[in-house]
Design a protein around this ligand. Sequence first.
Ligand SMILES: Cc1ncc(COP(=O)(O)O)c(C=O)c1O
Length: 318
Amino acid sequence: MSSEPRQREVYFNGRYVPESQASVSIYDSALMFGDMAFEFTRTFKHKPFRLREHLDRLYASMKILRIDPGMSLDEMEKVTLEVLEHNAPLVQPEIDFQILHDISRGVLGPYQRVIGNERDATGPTVAISTYPMDLHLASFAPLFDEGVRAVIPRQRAIPSHLLDAKMKTRSRQHYQIANQQTSDVDPKAWAVLIDMDGFIAEGTGANVFVVIDGVLYTPERRNILRGVSRGAVFDLANELGIDCHERNLDPYDMHTADEAFFTSTPFCMVSITHLDGLPISEGAPGPIVKQLLDAWSKLVGVDIPGQARWCAEHVKGT
Ligand SMILES: Cc1ncc(COP(=O)(O)O)c(C=O)c1O
């Protein structure tokens, strides 16, 4: 009997395979064109958070990209829960999972012939995978105490009539360029993209909020990914009696705000303490972010910053 630890299992084109065997053709449309939709969902206590919303967004992206995954949203949800069930025993209960849906158009017709397959395109590549978040969470631990600095890079958000950021796709070169331009200025800073009109759009993997006089403001939905975490903040703010509005925000609004923060699935919320080298208010995480994060922790039954600190203490090599 083998004493090798069991590998994580991935749902890959209709069957379960060990993660190391889930590989795509170099002619897959994902590699050729960045032509694919994806989603990142996280768990709390091993239960997916707002999975249905992530899948709704995935199916909206695929509809517009004209990618047919060959399964209904209900089936996708069922398989996702199965993937989690297969892999849950490999991970201790304190650590949560990141779930990934990666769906491409597959190998396109002309490349089928290149690889010696005379048939038409064989269909989409569908991968549903999951991995423990311990390393990610450990790296977030200091951010909950210190916040992050932000920089506006030269790279702009792409207007939605040129490439629609509302679809979550792997055509993300501009986000990478923005990240590189940002780290040239400040290696630890995160990018905040502005759109062609100079209004704040979003981060390269996060949405942005500011707090002014106790009210939350976040950019309009035009040029951004409509984040699931962004929606969660709307709901939490509503429950806490904090007003929350979508409106055009420019860098001036962020420079003069009382607080600012990013939202995204893996870390939920982190404070933005500086913009382009200038402190936002006192240049430290503020009370509204803490209030919202406490409410989020209560909602999911996990102390979100506490879990990150636990991972930082217990994960080797951090
Ligand atoms: C460009 C972009 N904006 C916003 C977000 C935040 O979305 P969510 O809260 O659904 O994770 C992401 C997440 O990856 C993103 O890539």
